[in-house]
Write a protein of this length. Sequence first.
Length: 281
Amino acid sequence: MNTKQPPFAVAISVSDSPDLAAVGLSEGHLKEIMAELAIQILAADADLVYGGDLRTYGFSQLLFQLVLRYTALEDLPTANRVTNHLAWPVHIKMSVKEIDALKDEVRGAAEIFLMARDGTRLALEQRRSLQTHEPSRDEWVSGLTAMRNMQCSTTNARVLLGGQVANYMGRMPGVAEEALLSLQAGQPLFLIGGFGGCTRDVAEAMGLLEPWSRSRTDWRGRHEFDGWAIQNLNNRLTNEENRLLAHTPFIGQAVLLVLSGIHRLRKHAQKQPSRARYLPA
């Protein structure tokens, strides 16, 4: 009897949090929980999907390094386990030489896919024929939203952590838009709010947390969370567990709660038609 579970892809949304010092944490803690989440999700035989930054020492590079190390230690295949989507405005300002170098750098750790402005996949050969340029504001907004919509429709769950609420390039803070798209689609959503940032703001807006001294209610798009509540997270955690996940600053506890939800979702999915997920052509 074949007991292998159907494919399950988890999108991770993470960026710097402006509240780390206020909650007694550091950027090192943020990277540590991302590392633990990535390793444990892979160990649970789920795939990782990411669409974040490619800065030196950014979260993307950290994720790639972790995957290489983990799969080497465990002697596991990496094919199609981690996917990084480059939105149109991210890669159109890169030279083809830079894109080729990036693909080579992460080979064996992740698949990198280029997205067209409408969120469809753009083949590298197509990209070679396009002129590199600095994207306009409209390109940033439409390209990021299209990529996030595509991710939402091709993954099984999303995890949110941290998130800036200033100096963003999309129509609202990136973590917020990804949360909103998941809610609108009924996609299971996990809010790790104990590290502050936009994730905590979203959890507060949805009634999981009480306002605090650093509450921010004026970032663009915050009002769009009015009317969404804890039951809309759809992640198979209890209300009590979701409130704990939104509050705890303890890495082990937060990771365990996310894994519990993923396990319950997969168990439930075995009885249901599986959701579509991103598969390389």
